[in-house]
Design a binder for this molecule. Sequence first.
Ligand code: SER
Length: 317
Amino acid sequence: MDEKIMVTGSMGQIGSELIPALREKFGNENVIAVGHHTEPDQAFKDAGPFEIADAQDKEALRGIIEKYNINIIYHLVGILSAVGEAKPDLAWNVNMVGLKNILELSVEYKIGRLFWPSSIAAFGPTTPLENTPQKTILEPTTMYGVTKVAGELLCQYYHIKYGLDVRSLRYPGIISWKTPPGGGTTDYAVAIYYEALEKQSYECFVNENTTLPMMYMDDAVRATIEIMEADPEKITVRTAYNLTALSFSASELADNVGKYINDFKCTFKPDERQKIADSWPSTIDDSRARKDWGWQHKFDLDKISVEMIKNLKNKIK
Ligand code: SER
């Protein structure tokens, strides 16, 4: 059967890069981008179908599924951790109501495969924060994290109860250049490159010892497509897979940026996001993803810095 793919959250950090990759693989017309509040630029609109819908509006989603005969969904809509702390009700409604709508519609329309993103935010201060195992304590202290744990369990429930082929990854912080940093705690690892290029300095909002799992966007996009293309028998985790590429402290990141930007100076002034970062793991054990469906990352920190600086130079000149 032909793939007819719907991607919600299409203008977000992951959506805006996953969609071109999916369009290249499956054809422009077969990937329907769904956005809500950000108007896409003309190039994005010209590249393939674009629809507007709020994920909380089940009937709007139903209309798109029917219009295009959708059989695969990537439901990426989500309010991230820092915004979620400022607006916890919004985070609950968008993240949970949106996911529940998609799960119900996926069963109703016999969607073949559904992808939904979880996060390192599913972990919390009581989790073993080094080499965090796949199966572990999940007691997050952010609303974003609460929606990720509830969402993971809901996905697993729909798999067990209705046989829905739903797959998920606990993404680490994702470093990318296409969309500006937007409301996440791990965004210092993105913002640092913008400000290094614009003013040779950055005031980092977490302290220099803060170490979190991270990944370059190209790896994250590849992981997402690979888990969705894997044989269903290989998927042995129906909550969400641990996933990582590398971990580095904020000062290691600053030093690395300094290798490529002359006279770069980083200072550290932790704000309320420090507490969130402190509640998340510093390193993750993702051996299950590596064993089950062959996950392998490609980008180390030097490669990330080179790519970020090269692409941002073009973008902001
Ligand atoms: N990158 C996200 C955040 O910082 C974590 O999933 O909110």
